[in-house]
Write a protein that binds this ligand. Structure first.
Ligand code: ZN
Length: 185
């Protein structure tokens, strides 16, 4: 079985646009600002053997404010820039009550089935509480980057800087860490 880093797109791979305090996704390619500081940490994680799988809620697809063509243009660039293995999208709006819109975990379970992923040895990297909740549901370790939207719910790790993610993940994976958990420290 493989191990994966599930990466929330908006806020990790590209900047959140913020309007009236709410994060908004880019709707056209020209609005998308890739976060180049994520390239090197994700390259390290890929080199360590992790699948890199981006997940994203894009309700604009069903609401009509986002075209599939623009989304495909954006994802082609992000996939190449960050060497992603897969991109999973929830196209539904909150009213659709689908099983894949985060904080629900449908995108994660879909990816796990498709790629034969060991969830307990995989990580969710995001900057919103919905990512941590989805991770918790399926047994992944959650890593949230500090943002106004991380909330107060369960999460395993909070980081100020994505550059620290590979080291933190390695610590979580190490036998020393595992034996500490077994010993109840
Ligand atoms: Zn959905």
């Amino acid at each position: 079985m493989r191990e994966a880093i599930f990466i929330e797109r908006d806020g990790i791979l590209n900047l959140d646009r913020v309007e009236r305090g709410q994060p908004l996704p880019p709707l056209v390619l020209e609005q998308m600002e890739p976060k180049t500081e994520a390239i090197e940490p994700l390259r390290e994680l890929k080199a360590a053997g992790f699948l890199l799988i981006a997940t994203t809620n894009q309700p604009g697809l069903s609401l009509g404010s986002l075209s599939r063509r623009e989304l495909d243009r954006m994802h082609a660039i992000l996939s190449q820039m960050f060497c992603l293995d897969d991109f999973l999208i929830c196209p539904h709006s909150a009213d659709d009550c689908c099983p894949c819109r985060k904080p629900k975990s449908g995108l994660l379970t879909e990816a796990a089935f498709k790629w034969h992923i060991n969830m307990e040895r995989s990580f969710v990297l995001g900057n919103k509480w919905q990512d941590a909740q989805a991770a918790h549901t399926v047994g992944c370790t959650s890593i949230l980057l500090t943002s106004p939207w991380i909330g107060k719910g369960h999460r395993d790790i909070v980081l100020d800087n994505i550059a620290d993610a590979p080291r933190k993940i390695a610590q979580f994976q190490s036998p020393a860490r595992a034996s500490q958990i077994v010993a109840g420290y």
